[in-house]
Design a protein around this ligand. Sequence first.
Ligand code: NDP
Length: 283
Amino acid sequence: MIIDGKELSARIKQELAAQVVSLKEKYGRVPSLVVILVGENPASQSYVRGKIKACAECGFDSTLITMPESVSEAELLAEIERLNGDEAVDGILVQLPLPKHIDEEKVIDAIALEKDVDGFHPLNVANLWLGKPCILPCTPKGVMRMIQECGFEVSGCNAVVVGRSNIVGKPMAKLLLDANATVTIAHSRTKNLAEVTSKADILIAAVGRPRMITAEMVKEGAIVIDVGVNRDAATGKLCGDVDFEAVKDKAAHITQVPGGVGPMTITMLMGNTIECFERKMNK
Ligand code: NDP
């Protein structure tokens, strides 16, 4: 069965839009997200367009601030500082990656914790690992929602996450651990990857290598979630880290690329913006 990220996202966005209507009645305004895009990377432009469109679908206010590739780190930090102090702004997102002359870590750290809708701020990350309330990073949060959709009992199952980045792999493993899965994190130095992945009841691929997860690497009846977004060298089309055509008959539930985790990531961002808004209003 295919877990349709587009359809699920549409459903969740409808729920969020209804929530926004009641928030407006209660607080007199709607949540507001500011997205900063530096440079003209086509993939980033496309992601940002998707985020702004989703804001409109949920009934949020959104502002897109574009800055030239040549913008200095100091100028970007000054803009973030201004937005941190702007009462009308509930969430700030800086689209990554940034040009090489800008220190991404410094930029992430500069966003006020209470406006960190991406959940990348070090204190959000610390709170996640300490099991304290926090804004969850959007992609792993979306993946958990997709797994939940399968009606699968995560507790006690074997989950394997391939990839250990700060934005996907590591928080993904933590959320699965919180759901009481027995979690293995695999990476580029993992020996006998196929042996590790083929024990997974839940397999998450977050690597960035086209179709590297083949049918032999997947356990019969597993849930397979493909986070990867790659460009197929031959066709120029988007593809995931999982060889979908080969794996789909073996997996019980599987996601597709495009139309899988991607839309869910954006939808979780909307949810996080509402969370930041509500926390602020209830302070
Ligand atoms: P990173 O490049 O930061 O991390 C990739 C991870 O994959 C690393 O931990 C790396 O291991 C591991 N890896 C690389 N090669 C292998 C291999 N041969 N075998 C096993 N593990 C390997 O990527 P991200 O986590 O940022 O993103 C992963 C993918 O997900 C990308 O395709 C990205 O575009 C996509 N993505 C999609 C999103 C969505 O919303 N759909 C959101 C974010 C990302 P090591 O640490 O040892 O180097």
